[in-house]
Design a protein around this ligand. Structure first.
Ligand code: ATP
Ligand code: MG
Length: 865
């Protein structure tokens, strides 16, 4: 009967149904292999909680590992629950989710809530400045530190909530020889934190650390969370686990899914131990196992299994598929990466041509161990006019022109954000040299104001700080003028697209690009792309805000008096101080010199009108059933029943209305954010694990790192560079690192549904040197012991490829048409490929396509024409 009521249950197997429908009160842990439907179960469980258990969407927090995964989950839930309900779920990565709450409530922990999210490059800049300042002392003590290494140490500390002081203590206690280095890192950590706070910014790890601090300080914020669901649980770190505990605290509802065999973020402090910890932290946790793989063909699954089971420490797991065995996973060898890439490009075209319209570019993925491997592949695909997108390469948002424009926007939104200031104070060139910039920074530091503010004061007539030449004032004038115009326009609520145009106009950015950069056209395209992206984001914001607006009555009090009452501020301050985390600048920002922006944001939300509360005895009831948005907790019974913070008389009624994965979404927070702030948050969050928005219309081949491909699937997957030194990476030496590399290859292989092609090269440039390469030990092992699992034969068609390639190599300027004609000749002559038999029941690749191959090959020729 349940199945009739909820059609999605009908498409699940018994174990999956059991998982979806198991009681929300009992903590649930699903451990299962790739493609066994974990994510599908999690998604269905969300729908079931809403539809069967009458949860309100915003009472459910669902955490995915990447923004892309959360978009996919949202899409699915939109179709299961309807757009409105799905919009109100709290759905996103841990980072995005924390960002949402911090935007709303950061003032509770003395952070201004107009903070900027500093991306990886900003952080690197900060660290390299700090390292430069210490250059001599480091050289004197013979300590060599690179910014990347220091940042990764800091990131590790933040992943386990270690403060700079605690790190210093650890350094002092650690008797090993590396102590002095660690002590220096601890100092750098402290300076780095101060730097971020001064520029009113949080790095990615801070989103988690400060999120945690927020939830511990004011746990009541999370009263509305009745259930937290976590995908890819095996890759959570300690901080994320603690966050999960906070979310689960109010009502105890928690469901996690994961797969120890796919734990690939140990290098980023993921703790596989969290699985065991959960058993003790959540007594009575129910474990459910899923054993049927729905994703891959039997052949792909056995090859993948042959790799992962080389790990002796691993706990064996059952995983079967009812898909028949079909085309075996393939391993190919090429002489160089260029040839490897040409093969991939060729193969993509060939498969599309052969598939008779059932495959398009969107069905292909090329999974890489490192981003750097993408260069050759990307340019080869480009040359062959194969549309492609690079995910996880931070590509778009790392472009110089995109970062420049964003920096101006950041300064307009938040003048304290020093990295943005440093980036563009002399862009376009205004004869403000490095020396002047560092003089400005120093002067600002001693005046305890931001460099932007210092410049504004100079323009407004304050005397120049010593060291700066009089002429600088004129040069700064255009810069300050532009930022001011921008700020004014932003405050008036101008669209981000207009703001970007304003930057370009006021700074002469277009002429600057034209004059100073060679590839003007492609850079200008990126500028246009940024403008289009901003339009998409603002439409999203409008849509979400529109859905929430009318219900703007009582809500979490955000006016300062009420907020003050929620936490005992003095206590918080004490606590922060004792942790060494209190930074006086917080104070300056959030209370004393509260900026007009944060004031106006606070004022936009008011205390709940008395008497408007919908009282029910024990259960929650919808105040208005259709909206699905607003819920008013019964403040007396419900809230009082929970452990509470010492608050005298204000009992906040927590009401959250929630939106998209990337979006600041607590109640009307979205609506009260300026378009600019909203845009900056959305774009900064997208720089982490994925690139910007996908261009949905055009199917494209995906090029991505394996790490960013987690949880995803494609009919056809290529894994190039399956070599020693890449799998495992040459950087990995210790046994546990090697094991993680093996799992990484396992994750890559298990992304494939129908066709999996691994390849390696005999030569590859690494670090500027051409190296002899051997096949990865992981696949070599399979070749040796289970040779039947990998097809290493070159099918006939490959002869054509080889011929094509040798033609290309033989002639520096090959006549492409002729070469292609020659390939077609070979393709036409090739016998029907028996290996193309369909993996039933998917008839995508059935025999009839193979039989029509000559026609298809002709069509392939048309592709090339
Ligand atoms: P991973 O570990 O890689 O994240 P997963 O366990 O999360 O994998 P899903 O992505 O949820 O697996 O499912 C894999 C594929 O199998 C998806 O295409 C999903 O729609 C499909 N699938 C899952 N369960 C079933 C089922 N009962 N019947 C048919 N298809 C299913
Ligand atoms: Mg999954």
């Amino acid at each position: 009967s349940n199945k009739a009521k909820y059609p999605y249950l009908a498409s699940l197997n018994a174990a999956q149904v059991k998982a979806v429908t198991s009681s929300p009160e009992i903590p649930l842990q699903i451990l299962a292999g790739p493609g066994s439907g974990k994510t599908r179960v999690l998604t269905s469980r969300v729908a079931y909680l809403v539809q069967h258990h009458d949860f309100r969407p915003y009472e459910i927090v669902a955490v995915t590992f990447t923004n892309k995964a959360s978009r996919e989950m949202k899409k699915r839930l939109q179709s299961l629950l309807g757009e409105k309900q799905a919009d109100n779920l709290v759905l996103g990565t841990f980072h995005a989710t924390c960002a949402k709450y911090l935007r709303r409530y950061a003032q509770l922990i003395d952070i201004p809530n107009n903070f900027i999210i500093a991306d990886a490059e900003d952080c690197k800049k900060i660290m390299s400045t700090l390292l430069k300042a210490r250059k001599e002392s480091l050289e004197a003590s013979r300590i060599a530190l690179k910014e990347g290494a220091v940042l990764s140490e800091i990131s590790k500390a933040k992943a386990k909530e270690e403060s700079p002081d605690q790190m210093a203590i650890r350094a002092a206690q650690d008797p090993s020889s590396s102590t002095s280095t660690l002590a220096v890192i601890a100092e750098l950590y402290a300076e780095y934190e101060a730097n971020l706070r001064e520029s009113n910014s949080l790095d990615f790890d801070d989103l988690l650390v400060f999120g945690l601090r927020l939830f511990r300080t004011a746990p009541r914020i999370l009263d509305s969370c009745r259930h937290i669901l976590v995908d890819e649980f095996q890759d959570t770190n300690i901080t994320q686990y603690e966050l999960m505990k906070c979310f689960a605290k109010a009502h105890g509802g928690v469901s996690v899914v994961g797969d120890p065999d796919q734990s690939i973020y140990g290098w980023r402090s993921a703790e596989i131990e969290n699985l065991n910890k959960m058993t003790s932290d959540f007594p009575g946790v129910q474990a459910i196992y899923l054993e049927e793989n729905y994703r891959s063909t039997g052949s792909i699954l056995s090859a993948a299994h042959a790799v992962v089971s080389q790990d002796r420490e691993r706990i064996p797991k059952n995983l079967f598929t009812s898909h028949p065995r079909s085309t075996p996973a393939t391993l190919k060898v090429f002489s160089t990466p260029v040839i490897e890439a040409s093969f991939i490009a060729w193969e993509i075209k060939r498969l599309i041509a052969y598939s008779g319209g059932t495959l398009n570019y969107g069905d292909f993925a090329i999974l890489l161990r490192y981003n750097a491997l993408s260069r050759v592949i990307e340019s080869t695909l480009q040359k062959d006019s194969i549309p492609n997108r690079i995910v996880g390469g931070h590509k778009f948002f790392e472009r110089m022109e995109v970062k420049d424009l964003l920096a101006y926007l950041q300064l307009a939104d938040n003048p304290d954000f020093t990295p943005a200031f440093v980036r563009v104070v002399n862009v376009p060139k205004r004869s403000i040299g490095d020396k002047s910039v560092s003089d400005i920074l120093n002067a600002a530091k001693s005046a305890k104001i931001s460099p932007m503010e210092l410049c504004e004061r100079i323009i407004d007539g304050e005397p120049l700080p010593s060291g700066l030449k009089a002429g600088i004032k004129r040069n700064l004038g255009t810069f300050v003028g532009a930022v001011r115009k921008l700020r004014r326009a932003a405050e008036k609520g101008s669209s981000v697209a207009d703001l970007i145009r304003l930057v370009i106009e006021k700074t002469g950015y277009e002429e600057y690009l034209r004059a100073s950069q060679q590839d003007f056209d492609s850079r200008w395209e990126n500028v246009q792309e940024l403008i289009s992206y901003s339009v998409i984001v603002s439409e999203e914001q409008a849509r979400i805000a529109g859905g929430v607006q009318e219900e703007d009555d009582g809500f979490m009090p955000a006016n300062s008096a009420a907020v003050e009452a929620i936490v005992n501020r003095a206590q918080v301050e004490e606590k922060l101080k004792s942790e060494g985390q209190f930074h006086p600048l917080f104070r300056r920002q959030s209370s004393a010199g509260e900026s007009s922006r944060s004031r106006s944001r606070s004022a936009s939300v008011s205390l709940p009108p008395k008497g408007k509360v919908n009282r029910t005895s024990n259960s929650r009831r919808r105040s208005s059933k259709e909206d699905g948005v607003i819920e008013i907790l019964d403040s007396d019974e419900e809230v009082d029943a929970k452990p509470k913070i010492e608050v005298e008389d204000v009992k906040p009624r927590v009401k959250t209305a929630v939106t998209d994965g990337l979006v600041d979404d607590l109640a009307n927070a979205t609506e009260s954010m300026t378009p600019l702030a909203f845009f900056l948050q959305t774009s900064m969050l997208s720089t982490d694990t994925d690139g910007g928005e996908d261009d949905k219309e055009k199917p494209k081949v995906t090029i991505t790192t394996v790490h960013a491909a987690k949880g995803l699937e494609w009919p056809v997957v290529f894994i190039p560079a399956v070599e020693q030194g890449t799998y495992p990476s040459y950087r990995c030496v210790e046994a546990h690192e090697i094991a993680e590399e093996r799992r990484l290859l396992y994750v890559a292989m298990t992304r494939a549904q129908n066709f999996l092609t691994m390849s390696y090269c005999q030569f590859r440039m690494m670090g500027g040197e051409e190296n002899d390469k051997e096949t990865s030990e992981f696949v070599a092992m399979v070749q040796r012991h289970q040779p039947g699992l990998l097809s290493t034969n070159l099918p006939d068609v490959d002869l054509a490829v080889r011929r094509y390639i040798s033609t290309m190599l033989a002639r520096p300027h090959p006549d492409e048409d002729e070469a292609k004609e020659m390939i077609m000749k070979h393709v036409r002559a090739a016998p029907p490929m028996s290996t193309w038999d369909a993996p039933e029941p998917r008839d995508k690749y059935s025999n009839r396509f193979a039989r029509r191959e000559v026609t298809k090959a002709t069509r392939a020729a048309e592709y090339w024409a």
